[in-house]
Every structure is written in structure tokens, then in C-alpha cells.
Design a protein around this ligand. Sequence first.
Ligand code: SAM
Length: 385
Amino acid sequence: MSKSDKNTSITPPNIFGVCLLYFSLYRKYSDYFIYICKINLNSMLDREDYIYKTNLGKAFCGDSLELIPQLEDNSIDLVMTSPPFALLRKKEYGNKEQNEYVEWLAKFGELIYSKLTENGSLVIDLGGAYRKGTPVRSLYNFKVLIHFCDILGYHLAEEFYWFNPSKLPSPIEWVNKRKIRTKDSVNTVWWFSKSTFPKADVKNVLVPYSDRMKRLIKNPDKYYKAKKRPSGHDIGNSFGNDNSGAIPSNPLQISNSESNFKYMSLAKKIGIKTHPARFPIKLPEFFINFLTDEGDIVLDIFAGSNTTGEACENLGRRWLAFENDISYLSASIFRFLPKEISKEKLEKYYHTVLNNEQIEIETEINLFSQAFKVEEGKQEYKEVN
Ligand SMILES: C[S@@+](CC[C@H](N)C(=O)[O-])C[C@H]1O[C@@H](n2cnc3c(N)ncnc32)[C@H](O)[C@@H]1O
């Protein structure tokens, strides 16, 4: 045996001894070992490299394809998002060609899957589109649906249709000029889930009763008889019960015509362009109420003007916003600032974020009266002075 062989060889008793040593060290320090792993896996809500934060959430600037992998597995209760659509008319923030779109969006869907909690959901709002040069619809949004279910393993929990009555007619060629197509006023909103029974509670999104139903609840005997309908529906006595509201349907009628709200007016105050493709806050609010509880974590991977973050803030959910355009993210802080803020302060906050300097909205100007606190598994709010 050469000198070097002699030095490196480990005899069987040595291997046994080393294993024993490791095993006893692991047993003694396993708690610390697990703790160190947890620190490394800490959720993004604990991270300090955010662009701005409020009491309930943090906004990060970057490509979601790089940010999503940094999330802890099984940590997100809901991803609520609206990606750039596969439109023929290019938006200023750049959208993918229709044929490469499904593959592009699937990369995000694949990364999100392991980050969702077992009963978590992914809700994607997708606008419809025409194929280039023809009055024939693109199937891209349906291809996304099939790909996410067949290839990525999501379940389609339910399909929703967001009907926006205030949508402008387009494309001009088919709708306005030649008048051979109607106004396209519906976006498809796919509700994907990881399991077959994602967390959901319709009781949180009940809608007002119709006048007829109100009359029926007041005087059930006058308006209906408990019996089996020809459709097979067994309308029993409980049909006339007042459940504080009706079960909503899957077409969601929400106008996208908010023009005078805080985000817009503060942007106008300092001459900043607003995000060109925001969804109305009622859309994320519906899904947040429906699919999450207070304190749950909601992520928007294409945050834009951070409508989802504002909805979460209003509803007591924790939030994360990922957006790769710093100017959109900078203007999105207007959502969290007081309406009466001075022009000087507003400019200061906006430019702080724009220059990639961090801002803690709640401590700088103490905007919110509530801060999130989790105590022994319960979610509670405490007043901040
Ligand atoms: C349709 S807009 C979302 C608007 C948003 N729902 C709102 O209400 O303001 C899509 C956004 O995705 C952003 N985006 C596109 N690719 C991205 C990526 N890879 N990572 C992060 N953000 C991205 C765009 O800059 C754009 O602001």
C-alpha cells in the first residue's frame, strides 16, 4: 500500500464509528437542524428585499419565473392573476404571440403548482382574441385550460366568465367597420385547483336576492309548493329560507369603468400614466372572499398596478405581488396611500420606489389602523398606534 493510500483508507470500524457519531449528533441537534432549514426556506413575506410593503403584504420587482421558485412549497393559498393576453394588438408591456403563448404561460403554471397549499387555487383571467387577419377566434385561452389540466395536473374547479358591460368594441375592423361581429365583452376566468376539493365557501360571496325571491321569502306559501320539478330538482320546504343572499352564478358581471378612484386620482396629481390593463377590484375580491380565509396568503404573479394587493388589504388577507416593470409597481403604491397626501410626499414615495429604494408604507406614514398578528394558530388583528 502506498503512503497516500494508507492515509485515505478508512477501515470498517472507522465507518461504523463515523456513522454512529453523525447519528448521535443528529439526535442531539435535530431540532436546530430543522430550525436552520426553516430559516432558509422562510416565506417571501419574511424577506427583506421587497420594493415596498404594507402591514399585510410585500411587492417584489422581478421576473416571476425567477421569483416563484424562491417561494416555500405549499405556502400559497391562492394565486389570483391576469397575465398579458395573447392579443394581436401589442400592449405597451408586451404580450406573446398566440402560438407561443400556451407554452410561455405553462412555465408559470408549472412553477406555481408546488407552491400552492394542497387545498389552494390558481385563478387566471384571460381575455379572448381573434386570429390575425380573420374574423375567427383564437382558441388560446381554451388551449391554456386543456394544457393546465392535461399536462400540468391541475383540476378545473369551475370556469367563470367575467362580463364587462362597459368594454369598448374591438377589433374595430370586424365590429365597428364591417359590422360582422358583436362586441366581445367576456373574459374567461379559469379556476384551477390542486386537489378535487379546494377550499371554497359560497356563503362568503352571496349576492342580493332578486325582488321575486324577496317576495317568496316573505310569503313562501303564496309563491311555491314543495315538490319535485320536471328538471329533477327537489324543491323542498327549505327553499323559502332566508340565507342572507342568493348563490352567485358563474358569469360575473363587473364593469371595468372605475375612473375616479384613489389610484387614478393620485396618479393624475403627479402626472403619472396609469396601468393600461387593470382588472376591476371586484374581480379579485370575489375570488379572495370565495376561496380564502382571513390571514391566508394570496399571490399575484403579474401584479401590474397591484389591484390584487389592494383587494387583500381590504379583506384582511396577506399578499405578495410580483411585477417585472418597476414603473407599474411604483405607481401601485398609490393604492395604499391616503387620498389627501400632499403632492410633494406623493412624488417622494413614487420616486423612492422607482429608484429601487425600499419603502415601508405602514411605518413611514402609519396608514393602517390594523396589523396582522397570528396567535396560537388563530388570526387576530391588533390596533397599531
Ligand atoms: C394584464 S397586466 C396585469 C394587470 C393587473 N391585474 C392590474 O389590475 O393592474 C399583466 C402584467 O404582467 C407583467 N408581466 C409580464 N411578464 C411578467 C413576468 N415574467 N414577471 C412578472 N410580471 C410580468 C406586465 O408588466 C403587466 O404589468
